[in-house]
Design a protein around this ligand. Structure first.
Ligand code: AMP
Ligand code: MG
Length: 268
């Protein structure tokens, strides 16, 4: 995919200015990337099929990013390659009263993927150190402990057979303006236009800092963060699908053994 690294070794400090959101590696355009993108999606389908058949491992995919960064888009374009029977998508919204009456990981743990399946989070436990921090929904003494909680939670999942991969969809502030204007102007997209997003946009820098801390403090061997250049949608999809293939190739997936003496049965 080219030279820009998408992640850093655990413990390294992420500085988002060092990641170019417009990076497209060795590819010039969409057409150029089409063949590789298509192959990735085919391979993802095959790997998921094996995971489902084997029924031992699970995969949790986390998508985070600023408004308009393409979380919905990448789910449609890449996650759409999986067999829907074995993939479950969860979007995390403002917590409801029942969720607020529990610890913040309660709603998350309930929807982690079962063995054999893929779980996809559109937003995630990380909102509790992002919007909660920037919008001051909880004091620092509360949210600052959460990086450790989240690491422990992800370690628990990993110890129980869940592979975790986390994507930060990285767009530039200029690209976000374009996309918000497009939502405002295009009739079929106007339903996505939310004036509240403009308030969040005003806190762009605070969010970038909060993201840098989440990436830095929660980037582990078993649950790595990837910073995906997401100004170009086609490259975003290619980068995510490539990393997913690499992640799943390392999961030791294989079809289970057939029943003993399978050929001794006569099928009539
Ligand atoms: P959307 O992604 O447009 O569907 O919006 C979901 C909204 O829910 C975003 O504004 C998130 O910041 C917000 N949200 C998600 N999780 C939390 C949370 N734990 N606390 C507060 N707001 C949240
Ligand atoms: Mg939104």
């Amino acid at each position: 995919m080219g030279k820009q690294p998408f992640t850093l070794p655990p413990g390294s400090k992420f500085r988002l200015e060092e990641f170019d959101p417009g990076y497209t590696g060795k590819y010039d355009d969409d057409d150029d990337a089409k063949k590789d993108a298509k192959e990735n999606l085919k391979r993802l389908y095959e790997l998921q099929e094996m995971m489902y058949a084997q029924g031992k491992r699970a995969l949790l995919i986390v998508f985070q990013g600023m408004d308009t960064s393409g979380k919905d888009g990448v789910i449609k374009d890449v996650v759409g390659a999986f067999n829907p029977q074995g993939a479950h998508i969860h979007s995390f919204k403002v917590p409801n009263s029942e969720e607020l009456a529990h610890d913040y990981l309660w709603r998350v743990h309930k929807v982690t993927p079962a063995r054999g399946t893929v779980g996809v989070f559109n937003r995630s436990q990380y909102e509790d150190v992002l919007v909660v921090r920037v919008a001051k929904l909880a004091p620092k003494e509360v949210w600052s402990k959460r990086y450790d909680h989240i690491n422990d939670f992800e370690r628990l999942l990993s110890d129980c057979g869940v592979s975790i991969v986390k994507f930060f969809l990285h767009i530039s502030s200029e690209e976000q303006v374009e996309r918000l204007r497009d939502r405002q102007e295009t009739p079929s997209k106007q339903w996505k236009f939310s004036p509240g997003d403009l308030d969040v946009r005003k806190q762009w820098d605070e969010y970038q800092r909060a993201y840098e801390d989440a990436l830095t403090l929660c980037n582990t061997e078993h649950a790595p963060w990837y910073v995906i250049p997401a100004n170009r949608k086609w490259y975003r999809d290619l980068a995510v699908s490539t990393i997913l293939v690499q992640t799943m190739e390392k999961m030791d997936l294989r079809y289970p053994d057939p029943v003993p003496n399978i050929h001794s049965y006569s099928v009539e």
